[in-house]
Write a protein that binds this ligand. Structure first.
Ligand code: TXA
Ligand code: MG
Length: 304
């Protein structure tokens, strides 16, 4: 298959996917690298293109009107969350059905499901009319892409086509909630623990101890620049004074927390492009999507 670059033609992208190709797909959170979930060869190409270990399970993305029960066993709590937040930036980890192949889940007995709200993603998934795996379309361990150009920069010709849906407006990956015998928040995102509790009438166990979602490595969302974390702009200035002036420094900060999430990854990418040596990132308040930003910043700052 020859590379066709970036397109806004949904039918063309869907046709390529259905023929076993791999496609850069926009979602409201970040861009994904899509393949047909039930096509083993295509799914293995996704792992290889990302450089991701094949036992790291993938999220299955479905169109809004899909029959969820073909893919997963959703209990009452999971259904409440699906009704409250789908389509949207939420992934539910539930027991899988026999339809879900081992190459998607790394042999686990659970499957991660998500119905995205991005209109282009919905049109694409509707045209495909089957489950679509899509990890974030970055190289393993690097910052997630939030534009079609980022996907092209990272993966270039190894993707068959990139479907352009404009810049992602959430900017950080979906909230993952496990609804099995365990009810737990596995990854913070735009949907907060509080919203999950309100929608279900249950308080999920908070993230602690070793992660139950493989691939959530400590250093995971890493730019080339060294990232230092502070709690205020004043502190950022104090830290800047201590840095040798031969190093170029960039202070990462947004007053508005949604804007911070939206531009977190493109700011880190821009810093790398400008060969910034040190990014001083100001942590937002630890609530709502602020917690997701703090989580990704901590990973970007982790020693590698
Ligand atoms: O916002 C998002 O969720 C984006 C967009 C493209 O939808 N996707 C995304 O995929 O962030 P990825 O592969 O980068 O992260 C998915 C996370 C991984 O940490 C993986 O280990 C976890 O979900 N996961 C998926 N299936 C799982 C399973 N069966 N059991 C445990 N963890 C699972
Ligand atoms: Mg990822």
């Amino acid at each position: 298959m020859t590379s066709v670059g970036i397109t806004s033609d949904v039918s063309q992208a869907a046709a390529i996917l259905l023929k076993g190709g791999i496609v850069g797909m926009p979602t409201e959170t970040v861009y994904g690298l899509a393949a047909l979930a039930r096509n083993e060869k295509a799914v293995h190409r996704v792992f290889d293109t990302k450089g991701r270990p094949r036992n790291h399970p993938l999220i299955v993305h479905l169109a809004p009107d899909s029959d969820l029960h073909r893919w997963g066993i959703l209990d009452e709590t999971a259904m409440k969350l699906a009704n409250a937040f789908w389509p949207g930036p939420l992934t539910l980890l539930v027991p899988r059905t026999s339809l879900v192949p081992d190459w998607v889940t790394g042999g686990r007995d659970t499957v991660a499901l998500r119905i995205p709200s991005h209109p282009v993603a919905q049109n694409f998934l509707t045209a495909v009319n089957d489950g679509v795996v899509a990890p974030s379309a970055n190289r393993f361990g690097k910052v997630s892409p939030t534009t079609a150009q980022h996907v092209l920069d990272d993966l270039g010709d190894s993707v068959d086509v990139i479907l352009d849906g404009g810049p992602c407006n959430v900017g950080v990956e979906s909230t993952i909630v496990e609804c099995t015998t365990t009810f737990q928040l596995l990854r913070p995102g735009a949907i907060s623990e509080n919203e999950v509790a309100l929608a279900t009438g249950r308080i999920p166990t908070s993230i602690s101890g070793p992660s139950r979602a493989p691939g959530m490595l400590e250093s995971h969302y890493a730019p080339d620049a060294k990232v230092l974390l502070v709690d205020s702009l004043q502190e950022a200035e104090v830290v800047r004074q201590t840095i040798d002036s031969t190093n170029s420094v960039f202070i990462l900060h947004f007053e508005n927390v949604s804007e911070y999430a939206e531009h977190l990854y493109d700011s880190l990418r821009a810093a790398d492009q400008q060969k910034v040596a040190i990014v001083i990132a100001v942590r937002p308040q630890p609530n709502g999507i602020g917690l997701a930003i703090i989580d990704r910043l901590a990973k970007a700052a982790a020693t590698r």
